[in-house]
Write a protein of this length. Structure first.
Lengths: 279, 279
């Protein structure tokens, strides 16, 4: 048995971590596909390669001028590269602390979207700086023949947040929503939200290119920002209940933070023959 | 990190193996559910606990009079107990050989359905004795408003095998089939089959209580038995292509055997705190 891995999740958005400090692993698209395949591999929403920022080529976005010691090289389950993942970075940060690779509880994690400040709390939950969330206007989605009006929010990626009176738990979200291409030229995520109190939201989400997921970090930030906007508030915090658990979003003048659980449940090694030629 | 596990699959029917020679693990339904959960656990179709037959209580079905040294304690992903799993027993047998727990390539594995003779081949594929497959009559299933006529086969569990001229690859199998309760009082699996040649079948399967899966061991045996019956042959062999790979079924006078791949891709340890209280 050869290649070390860990399995973890943040509000049930789940990841395979591959410790690779010296950037020695040949993490091909085929291997990402095989690792994330839920029947023939370990199964995950994505792979988090744990690599020293200094070990990466200078042309990797986010490395130039980074203050990070460790870089989150994130791959989607389809083998593609993603810039950031708000749930993944929590799991990544917890791993760094538990493995003794960082010695403080506050540090920055490098990513293709730039450095992200994180704080690992005593209860192992993690707070991540998510950058600015900007309300950009109004739009609508059509899903299963029904129109959902909402607020558009940019959290580095595009969102439509629709607040409903009816319980979102009962919605049929198996189809893919149609978005207005003028507002969403590259598609977007759609959040379906109930207000459960002054500072508590229930949310379900359909992620662009994926379908419904149990959690979406940027989606929870978008939902909180949209709800603050509707209340004519610039700053504030919201607890967001999602199918995979509960997170807290704080919107401040200099950007939003996301606090939530990070779980690492297993550590092991991949069979070397399988790594060479995944069966 | 505490509890040892392995992850493997047989034609993409996937399993978490828990080595537990002395039957010391408290494998509760909650833990099976958490282990098999694909987001918050390791993810699998089922758990194979690897336990010495002699370490089990005498009231466990299949232990009394068993010639087996090792017993496959199989649990479905929903926490329930299943008697046997034709794909699981291949992975189980390969593990025993690779871990040095048996020293021959032919041996018997204990199960709640009784002892199963297995042969682990040099290429790591495994042949398993599946018992008798008995054609019992004709029946039909209704799926998405369409009627599928077929042959009923008992392989220890009940099957309806429907042979079609149109390519089964294109069928919409997202709904659950309705079976005649007179023929299937406890439900059954439905196999959709194309004949690709004299001894090659393509098959898709909807498993009772699960939905479509990438493989079903008893289903491939049922399909081969039904095809032999249609050709008025008592014995013979069929290669069966399933979405998860390829297996060979041999039907002989004393019973059927199933030969197919068995892959073990990872080994590791579960976090002890997670095992105590899965998050």
């Amino acid at each position: 048995m050869g290649i070390t891995f860990l399995k973890g999740h943040g509000t049930q958005n789940d990841f395979v971590l591959l410790p690779d400090p010296d950037a020695a692993l040949a993490l091909t698209e085929d291997r990402v596909l095989a690792l994330c395949d839920r029947q023939r591999g370990l199964g995950a929403d994505g792979v988090l390669r744990v690599v020293r920022t200094a070990a990466l080529p200078a042309d990797v976005p986010g490395t130039a001028g980074s203050a990070s010691e460790w870089f989150m090289d994130y791959r989607n389950a389809d083998g593609s590269i993603a810039e950031m993942c708000g749930n993944g970075v929590r799991v990544f940060a917890r791993y760094l602390v538990e493995a003794g690779l960082v010695e403080t509880s506050e540090f920055v994690v490098g990513s293709r979207a730039g450095d992200r400040a994180v704080t690992v709390h005593d209860d192992r939950s993690v707070t991540v700086a998510m950058g600015k969330a900007t309300v950009t206007g109004r739009s609508a989605a059509i899903l299963s023949g029904r129109r959902y009006d909402g607020i558009t929010v940019d959290v580095g990626n595009p969102h439509l947040v629709t607040v409903l009176d009816e319980d979102v738990t009962g919605l049929d979200l198996r189809d893919r929503p149609e978005l207005d291409p003028a507002d969403f030229p590259r598609g977007g995520n759609v959040e379906f939200v109930n207000r459960l109190g002054d500072d508590v939201l229930r949310m379900r989400v359909i992620e662009r290119g994926v379908g419904e997921t149990r959690s979406c970090g940027t989606g929870t930030v978008a939902a909180a920002a949209a709800d603050l906007y509707a209340a004519s508030e610039d700053t504030g915090s919201r607890i967001v209940w999602i199918p995979g658990g509960e997170v807290t979003v704080r919107v401040q003048a200099d950007g939003a933070t996301l606090t939530g659980p990070a779980v690492i449940l297993a550590e092991g090694a991949l069979d070397e023959a399988w790594w060479v030629d995944p069966a």
